[in-house]
Write a protein that binds this ligand. Structure first.
Ligand SMILES: CC(C)(COP(=O)(O)OP(=O)(O)OC[C@H]1O[C@@H](n2cnc3c(N)ncnc32)[C@H](O)[C@@H]1OP(=O)(O)O)[C@@H](O)C(=O)NCCC(=O)NCCS
Length: 195
């Protein structure tokens, strides 16, 4: 086992892809990544694009995160997948570093998160976003209601204390968080990679 703070993802957990002229490696997050995740989320949270969380929440959710690095080992983006139910998960906290936007990083991380959802046995992936064209290009559709859910599942989800689940359910108490965002969902059975 590596000494604390120096742990590396095992090679089989990493994927490396080339988009344009950039090589991007996507790997599972480590606890040491929380600092950079927070530093990138904070300005987006100030602009109300993402919801910031307490530091402890990032550590608790670190296994949900994938990190994207360029060939120099710089973090260029990340995203998380939160499972909500047997066939339902949410993409959350997907972000690309400002200077790397529009170069395919977000697409690579999103695809890796959707692959992870499929591996976990999840068929539907939700997101709450202002970036509708980006998510549409990746097969997401606007979600007007919760018809994807069996009513009995809706009632079970009401028992969750997770804010993202409340946002999915469109509960009144989280409306201030969700204002202006679009609720979107993809059925992975219909998924095709964007051109
Ligand atoms: C949403 C977000 C993660 C997308 O990241 P990104 O790295 O810019 O995404 P991509 O580069 O894959 O795609 C962005 C655009 O660049 C274009 N693009 C992708 N690769 C490209 C390339 N190699 N050359 C030129 N353009 C490219 C795509 O056509 C895409 O256009 P679209 O948005 O109309 O679909 C990023 O904008 C972000 O951090 N937003 C703030 C946080 C947020 O809203 N997250 C979503 C909710 S969780």
């Amino acid at each position: 086992m590596s000494a604390a703070g120096t742990a590396e993802s095992s090679p089989e957990q990493k994927i490396t892809v080339t988009v344009g002229r950039m090589e991007i490696t996507v790997r599972p997050a480590r606890t040491q990544d929380v600092k950079v995740i927070r530093s990138m989320v904070q300005p987006l949270a100030t602009d109300r694009v993402l919801l910031d969380k307490d530091q402890v929440a990032y550590f608790e959710a670190i296994q949900e995160f994938l990190m994207a690095e360029n060939a120099d080992g710089e973090i260029v983006g990340f995203g998380a997948l939160h499972v909500m139910w047997e066939d339902l998960a949410e993409v959350r906290t997907l972000a690309t570093a400002d200077e790397f936007q529009g170069r395919g990083v977000g697409g690579v991380v999103l695809n890796a998160l959707l692959d992870k959802a499929a591996e976990l046995g999840v068929q539907h992936v939700f997101c709450l976003t202002f970036e509708t064209s980006f998510f549409k290009r990746h097969g997401f559709e606007v979600m007007n209601d919760q018809s994807v859910l069996d009513p009995s599942v809706f009632n079970q989800l009401l028992l969750s204390t997770d804010e993202g689940v409340a946002e999915f359910l469109d509960l009144a108490r989280v409306k201030p968080n969700t204002l202006g965002n679009t609720r979107m969902i993809v059925d992975l059975a219909k998924r095709s990679d964007p051109a």
